[in-house]
Design a binder for this molecule. Structure first.
Ligand SMILES: NC(=O)C1=CN([C@@H]2O[C@H](COP(=O)(O)OP(=O)(O)OC[C@H]3O[C@@H](n4cnc5c(N)ncnc54)[C@H](OP(=O)(O)O)[C@@H]3O)[C@@H](O)[C@H]2O)C=CC1
Ligand SMILES: [Mg+2]
Length: 341
């Protein structure tokens, strides 16, 4: 078993994209790639991680190590066919993810005992929410992708038209209904996330489900038929009763919670003189304008490890891996440069 120190995910090269395309299209090539590939393990959608100092390392198994592990638990190599392709290195080492703990009604394979697996692998299956505060951005991108794909396969085992079991291709990039040939592809829900500013302050909000004291940018699922601009205007109006004036796209992020979302992050401004917030209490617990100084203080306290809220620091910001954090940081930098310009 080998461990990676945060270098597994970076911008892919042209060759890497082409190689992944081939593996998705060609079941035989994908099966062959497993022989020299690396496998990331999950148990009921929780990734296998190994504690190291204050963080985590991500263990990977070779095909022979995985076969040996499955053998110890009385399972054959057939189980490996449930794995999904999640990426590759520039040297064409293909990376796969396999969940040994899912217990689907249609699965041919039983869930393996978590604690016994952990003892055998000398590592732990940690929930993604917990791991989020510890992982670096490279590892988290790969594990987010893996978890999203594994979850999608687990919940799309049957054709919604014929009711028949669907069949996964080797890479796991689609499932097909054998009776009517309908092809199902993994899906993401588009979500807009907006940092609203009145020039001097930014608007942050919290839901009752957030950790105590945590405030974030306004977010919401796009309605069917909407474009990004319409979704931003609607969400801002629905949640805080304000009109968006200017809108600027910033960046995007794949986010695994609650299922699989494509977060589309924007900066927006309100119309001058129209800053009175009307919180929609069916959606939010609270929303308020925060000054640059308040945000800068809160940003300084946002580490990659768990934050503690206390009286001196009345509010907390999302962790560094969340795109909300990047939006807030960008706003601070922009207001700083406009102050010094
Ligand atoms: N990465 C980041 O930085 C951040 C990510 N987020 C993510 O953004 C997502 C959206 O934010 P949120 O404010 O909750 O969204 P919304 O404001 O859209 O409110 C959520 C509600 O929308 C309804 N809804 C509509 N479409 C969907 C769908 N496709 N999936 C689930 N619910 C849907 C549900 O209502 P009902 O149950 O009544 O049907 C749900 O409770 C969250 O899941 C959160 O994880 C949020 C902030 C920061
Ligand atoms: Mg919302």
């Amino acid at each position: 078993m080998s461990l990676y120190f945060g270098t597994i995910f970076r911008r892919k090269s042209f060759w890497c994209y082409r190689y992944l395309f081939e593996l998705r299209e060609d079941n035989d090539a994908c099966k062959k790639a497993q022989q020299t590939g690396a496998f990331y393990l999950f148990h009921d959608l929780a990734p296998l991680l190994q504690a190291s100092g204050r963080g985590y390392l991500v263990p990977r198994l070779s095909l022979s190590e995985l076969e040996g592990l499955l053998g110890k638990f009385g399972q054959g190599a057939q189980r490996i066919e449930e794995s999904v392709l999640i990426g590759c290195s520039d040297q064409h080492e293909a990376w796969f993810a396999l969940d040994l703990g899912l217990n689907s009604s249609s699965s041919k394979h039983a869930s393996l005992p978590k604690s016994e697996l952990e003892a055998e692998l000398k590592a732990s299956f940690i929930t993604m929410r917990k791991a989020l505060l510890q992982l670096n951005s490279m590892d988290s991108s790969l594990l987010f992708t893996a978890q999203a794909l594994l979850r999608w396969h687990d919940s799309h085992q049957f054709c919604s038209k014929s009711g028949q079991p669907t069949i996964k291709n080797m890479a796991g990039s689609k499932r097909v209904c054998p009776s009517n040939k309908i092809i199902y592809y993994p899906q993401m829900a588009p979500v807009v996330i907006t940092l609203l500013s009145d020039g001097a302050r930014c608007l942050l909000a919290r839901q009752s489900s957030f950790p105590k004291g945590l405030y974030s940018a306004l977010a919401g699922f796009c309605d069917i038929g909407e474009n990004v601009e319409e979704a931003v205007r609607r969400e801002v109006a629905e949640e805080v009763g304000l009109d968006v004036e200017r809108l600027q796209y910033s960046a995007s992020q794949h986010w695994p919670f609650p299922n699989s979302s494509l977060m589309i992050a924007c900066h927006a401004t309100v119309k001058p003189g129209q800053t009175e917030i009307q919180v929609n209490l069916r959606e939010l617990e609270a929303a308020a304008w925060f000054s640059r100084d308040e945000v800068v203080t809160a940003l300084r306290r946002t580490g990659s490890t768990l934050q503690q809220q206390n009286e001196a620091f009345p509010f907390l910001l999302p962790p560094k891996l969340a795109i909300a954090h990047q939006l807030i940081k960008e706003w601070v930098e922009q207001t700083c440069s406009s102050l010094t310009a």
